[in-house]
Design a protein around this ligand. Sequence first.
Ligand code: ATP
Ligand code: MG
Length: 422
Amino acid sequence: MGIQIPRGTQDILPGEVEKWQYIEKTARDICQKYQYKEIRTPIFEQTELFQRSVGDSTDIVQKEMYTFTDRGGRSLTLRPEGTAAVVRSYAENKMYGQTIQPVKLYYIGPMFRYERPQAGRYRQFVQFGIEAIGSDDPAIDAEVISLAMEFYRNLGLRELRLVINSLGDRSSRSALREALVAHFQPNIGEFCEDCQQRLKTNPLRILDCKKDRGHKLMQTAPSILDYLNEASSEYFEKVKKLLKGMGIDFVVDPNLVRGLDYYNHTAFEIMSEAEGFGAITTLCGGGRYDGLVEEVGGPDKPGIGFALSVERLLSALDAEGVALPQEESIDYFIIALGEEAEEYAVPLLQQLRRAGFSAEKDYMGRKLKAQFKAAERLHAKYAVIIGEDELKEGKALLKHLETGEQTSVELENMVEQLKSGI
Ligand code: ATP
Ligand code: MG
């Protein structure tokens, strides 16, 4: 057997790739409407960036990173997510000094995580994400959430559930932290090794554990919502009010903590409720990360964003039976018969394409009938037939393939005539 594709990755072939392009275009369009600008950062970064920003105690840093040493002895990592690099770039390029604030950015690109491949979980996957940095107005939280919801809506998803939570500010979280330690400590032996570690490093993360999700102490765990101080709870109330004002339905889940370490205040996930979607239902995750910019060496600036993967979005579209619109036809297929006609067809094809049409011809030396078949297979609107007889008269035959209607066109200025709508 020949060389195979690496585990957990996929080729996106023609036929399928059009869906990706459509989704990417939808993402770019909505970002334009909301005034988020594209940023492109490197595929790899210094490993330290992710250790510091994603957080040492997270699954990503603990076990999922593709880390390697380059020939210069530096430790580099293929980016497992997008926020860290965007925030690094924001600080490094001093975007906090720009006149337009907050700085609103988006990215679309591949991310890499060494995970156990399964449905909805790949080792290379494409994320679309946005970040709004520089404002702590609850209205920007609401905007970020609404952009994600609108994006899915525009693509035709309907069976969505928005779950939100507040992780509060630092003081609210440290109060919760103590309560969590008191809650889990006596029985921590019944939890997985990771959770035993988390109890020491970051007890909040225990709530996000996939292995111990069903443990009864999870259900009775202290709720962050009981530990929010006044400012935090006021912030959360404002976000909820703004969401309601936009007609966006949501549920509050106090156990939602998200996978990265630097989240505070608003955290949210969007799930698919479509039947048959499978076990992994989270399509999009996001939240506020007010300490992150400082952590990577910038000034103390607040930020919020989300990330979603195209792979899970495609599964959700499938599960809901939504078909994305696809451009499937071409304008002209040139059928040239004979050497002389062939010589005429090649520049004609060029002119048609230059004039903005999609056009194709035969390259397989097919006979007339087979060329018509080829034109049909490409869903050509018209066939342009140039045979020896036509050529002598300086004409070509234009055939509308659906109706069968035929017109004769002068070869001279043909493209001009076609453009003016013959
Ligand atoms: P999960 O809990 O499913 O592992 P996560 O918390 O690791 O998700 P994030 O880091 O928040 O995910 O990434 C945001 C989104 O990216 C997820 O909601 C999901 O849609 C998608 N995603 C994450 N990991 C993968 C993967 N390995 N393959 C495909 N999509 C992924
Ligand atoms: Mg994960």
